[in-house]
Design a protein around this ligand. Sequence first.
Ligand code: AMP
Length: 560
Amino acid sequence: MNEAPAEDGPQTFEDFGLHDDVLKALAELGWETPTPCQRDSFPLIVEGNDIIVQARTGTGKTGAFGIPLVDRLISIDGDEQALVLAPTRELALQSAREIAKLGAHRDIDTVAVYGGASMERQISALKKGARVISGTPGRVLDHLNRGTIDASRLRVLVLDEADEMLSMGFAKELNAIIEKLPKKRQTLLFSATVDRAIKRVAEKHMRDPVFLGLSGDHVGALGIEHFVYMLSGIGRVGNLISILEIENPESALIFCNTKAETEQVSAALKRAGFNAEWLNGDRPQREREQVLAQTRRNEVRFLVATDVAARGIDVSHLTHVINFHLPENVEQYVHRTGRTGRAGRTGTAISLVGPNELGILYYLRLQYRIFPIERTLPSEGEARTRREADRITMIDLAYPNPPDEHGLALARRLMTHPDAERMLAGLLGAFFDPGSGDVDEVAAKQRRRGRPATIPPEPPEDELDQTGTPEREAPATATLYVNVGRRDELKASELGRLLRERTGLKRKEIGRIRVRDTHSLVDVPEDRAQDVIDSMAGAVLREQALTLKLAQRESRARRG
Ligand code: AMP
């Protein structure tokens, strides 16, 4: 395999020397400049090379083969055809659609052939003279065997997501298909990962392929931010809930390593009040489609899935990919995280990492040069450090002017006193006496305004601890369930205000208010709980009659 030479190739689509009707199609698609993957592969492809491109979804790989395909690999008036093989019917369809758009003004018809759809309709589309055939291996082989696809006309072969095709067990079909193709053809292989199995395919079926690796450029172009949370590995579901609260993603595809786990995690998220659904191979097709439709309509915020179930589904609108566990190998990590951050959009990948998964993290850095930013869940100690920092900022802000002479002299004398700590602590205690006002809320506001980089990520505003003083001997609290939540656009502050108005609770008596998707949770003093429930009867918020009741213990929901 030859490494592609590093050279200054074409930078713009105009530099590609494309036909006007292709440039027109690109303009209609709104593609202004080639992606790095397209820029680097184009010259090599149009020179007639066989090529292996290490690229994953989101790099513009479909365009990378689609553009040269419609522009010149297939002549308008000849009868040669191109075959694009993809691991799933969704991907086969997606590619067919994109190639059809690229070739919209060039009289190059595209047809998608895949299993589970009418054979007759595909045959008649093929008969009409489609020039690009995009399909899944099983169905394509079927057509070749029936003679409804004429192998001798296939002069260009594209293997899209080749690694996925192999890992889905299509090796036999691939070999059988390629055996039937003319020797004189151009083969373009695209794969997110290039391992030994891929190299074997290349050695067997490709002609001096040029290898275009996943350069730093390609990784950077993806615009995905990678984060990891280092965890103890115990209480992972509870950790996930905390992370969802802290990160507050708009939506996410959450990957689990086993089928059973998808159901457990989804159930735990639902119990915790999030809109979650699960997908795995056991889910019947109809339910699967229902879940996907709900996800597209934004009715499901968190889709919990196995790798297999998530293959080929279009979830490009989801903003986050979350690894509940790191996958078994690094290649899978690249695949998973490629599901977010499609070209032009940024995505975020967050992984929960236990002690047993550190090895994978190491290989991720080594092999793919992906260096996730490490985050930790704030521990009790860290939360205290943060509160202390807030308080010092507060004192700083409270006395902006230089002290007068007497004040300064007294301060110096105090600082050099052998019992300075005891006395200062006493003064601070008086300053921060909760009776003297909502000092912590001021501190929290201050924190929100300008947060120093060293401070761990703060909870979303709707999750702010309203008392902010949990290190003090906490009175017994009860958690109440409230039947309005994020989907009703509820704000924690609004609920807090209503509670104060109707129940006479003081601000500092109301504990954490957690706004979940379907409901909210609020902590109140245990001895006031029933009273609060009664006083809130008949209250209306966001056009919704409020019902409060004692919540089931959160820990139970978190056990998952
Ligand atoms: P792919 O990697 O083929 O799945 O492409 C990811 C997305 O990027 C698709 O939605 C493409 O339509 C889009 N895309 C591909 N090439 C370009 C480009 N040069 N400029 C803007 N968007 C592009």
